[in-house]
Design a binder for this molecule. Structure first.
Ligand code: PAF
Length: 284
């Protein structure tokens, strides 16, 4: 694996490959890598000729400075894991290179996709994601980019950004990886104690409950039952919504194909998110 620390080094290494017509698969990350990230690397390996992972803890997507400070960082371990998984390149930029003094902020209208769930509870978060992802796409110029479904709303935002900015990148979504307990893998899990890890399992449990209640009840009643179930636990619920998979509008009376329940909750002071498709999506 080649470690790239600058745009110049990246260009020097990737341009000859791009000129040969090779497909470049890109996995943007903020490090603290786990099996969920490795699933993205493996998907990229299967579909592309060359795989590049970026590790950059993007300050502009944190609306809370404490959260940014506490975000886990473990570069040596990350590099070892990527090497073991046959990653070809890793890009480790500095903040100055991503946001140079003449950087022009990208502004797009995400409308309802942004004004709910993560967007509502983390003001400015998706503006930060749009800016860093579009900047990384411009630098890396990948053929395909890989994102985990755990960040369900992020995937919708990145697809909309890609559409509006007409970027020549194919966005691929990869299923959420879970611990044997059902807990969705996340870099933030590193901040949970053994006891918290046990408690956090209730997040996937309530999503599974929702999936079975969806067979008998409307979205509004299913949501209410899920909230009541969750309120019996020691985690603090921030939101639990059942949404349309494309518009992210709340569903109340009727189910649609791909209807998804999304949840954010605090386990101690660690904020966790997860989601589950309650109605299987019919592919057309
Ligand atoms: O999902 C993440 O880790 C980040 O939001 C991303 C896509 C790497 C942008 O900083």
């Amino acid at each position: 694996m080649v470690n790239l620390y600058s745009i110049d080094a990246l260009k020097e290494n990737l341009e000859p490959l791009r000129n040969k017509g090779l497909k470049i698969g890109f996995v943007p990350t903020m490090g603290a890598l786990h099996d969920g990230h490795i699933a993205l690397v493996k998907a990229a390996k299967e579909e592309c000729d060359v795989v590049i992972v970026s590790i950059f803890v993007n300050p502009t997507q944190f609306n809370n400075t404490e959260d940014l400070k506490l975000y886990p960082r473990q570069e040596d371990k990350d590099l070892e894991l990527l090497t073991q998984n046959d990653c070809d390149f890793v890009y480790l930029p500095t903040a100055e290179e991503i946001y140079p003094p003449d950087y022009e902020e990208v502004k797009i209208d995400l409308d309802t996709i942004e004004n709910t769930m993560e967007g509502e509870h983390r003001p400015g978060h998706f503006n930060g994601v749009v800016n860093v992802v579009s900047r990384l796409f411009k630098i890396v110029q990948p053929t395909k980019a890989y994102f985990g479904r755990k960040d369900f709303q992020q995937v919708a935002v990145v697809k909309e950004m890609n559409r509006q900015l007409k970027l020549p990148v194919e966005i691929v979504t990869v299923e959420t990886k879970r611990d044997p307990s059902g807990l969705a893998m996340s870099s933030r899990n590193l901040r949970l104690s053994e006891q918290d890890l046990d408690k956090a399992v209730v997040i996937s449990q309530v999503l599974n409950k929702g999936k079975s209640w969806a067979n008998s009840y409307s979205p509004a009643v299913t949501r209410q039952k899920m909230i009541e179930y969750f309120e019996q636990t020691s985690l603090k619920l921030e939101y639990l919504q059942i949404v349309h998979p494309d518009t992210l509008n709340d569903l109340n009376q009727y189910w649609v194909s791909g209807a998804t329940a999304c949840i954010a909750a605090y386990c101690g002071d660690v904020r966790l998110i997860d989601n589950m498709e309650l109605i299987t999506k019919e592919e057309n």
